[in-house]
Design a protein around this ligand. Sequence first.
Ligand SMILES: *Cc1c(COP(=O)(O)O)cnc(C)c1O
Length: 430
Amino acid sequence: MSKLALLGGQPVRTTPFPAYVTAGAEEKEAAALVIDSGVLSRYLGCWHEQFYGGTEVQALEQEWAAYYGVKHAIAVNSCTSGLICALGAIGLSPGDEVIVTPWSMSISATGPLFYGGIPVFADLEPDYFCLSPASVEERISPRTKAIVVVDIFGQPYDAEAINAIARKHGIPVIEDCAQAPGVRLNGRYAGTLGDVGVFSLNYHKHIHCGEGGVIVTDSDSLAERLQLIRNHAEAVVAGKGTPDLTNMLGYNFRMTELDAALTRCQLKKLAPLLEIRQRNVAYLENGLKEIPCLTIPAVRLGAEHAYYVHACRYDAEEAGITSRRFVEAVKAELPTFHLREKEGTKLGAGYVQPLYLLPMFQQRIAIGNQGWPFTLTSRTYARGLCPVCEDLYEHSVITHEFMLPSMDKSDMDDVVKAFHKVWENRDELR
Ligand SMILES: *Cc1c(COP(=O)(O)O)cnc(C)c1O
């Protein structure tokens, strides 16, 4: 009779973990005020006072800029649209190369393609999982126009080293800080470490309004172009008197008044929510560190970690089973989160496959069906491009979200119990 739930034994727990819900009475009241005002959005796509949006959007932008200590915050309707704005605003042109990470949400790497730019993948730091400065340096070419860094899992990138490379080559750093709101590296907030930072407010993030994003920058000229691309630049430039038309083909990336009102409430909750995550991680690590095949994630010197996910290194040799088998077994011991049942047990092996293995890169089909913009480059996307990332994905990392702020100590005790149970009975899985 086997002990492990995966093989028919009794699971550690079946009652769902408590729901993680960030919005409550404050958000309801703020939303009601917007609805009662009758103005759900106040944007005009022409050069007009309302080019910059309504009162909630502008209040959010002021509060966000003050919180992060930056000159400009620009609200958009997702981090995806924010990254596209940022790549347009720096003047990206067809054939320009942008150094990107292979291990992130896809848009962190695919953004340049919208402007005909070429994503060039650099490899990762094996302990921190962010872009490796040495690999970035190695991928720089005369065509490199920017570096898109990601504060992956909530860990700030190596700003000192990567910013130095960028400065040396006179190119900007765009920081995708979707997973790292409210944490600092040597006293400076992630998101403000590069030239432009982009936050996400989607449902999965630390704080959210359903779907949304905010871009931050200290540059007046970048801010102006970001605002233009957000809101129909092509119809605004003549009235506004913008002489440089580079990428002044705009979108509707505008945030609604409702989303801005919700986000203003959420921003006030960020610090306390982060603190609970960090406290929960410390509690979980205390139990998980005893498991010989796991290494709790290293935190960069001088950095705080936002723990969007808790990514542990996994030693398959030590365990004698693959990361996927191990994860499968722990998953069988644990329940889903209430209200997120469909998302499954919040535990996985490998995070995402290296992004250059997506069909788009393998078949070199992105815009249209004639290979644009890959026809502009001799760069290739074969397996083996980023060996550290491939090893992390295939063998060496497991990620989970059992640090969500709805978890209490007894919930987390069940998590630790499940990991120990699988470790102790791993022979059943061989
Ligand atoms: C969530 C996420 C995004 C995309 O955010 P959206 O707001 O959904 O567009 C981009 N990059 C990273 C690293 C993310 O985690």
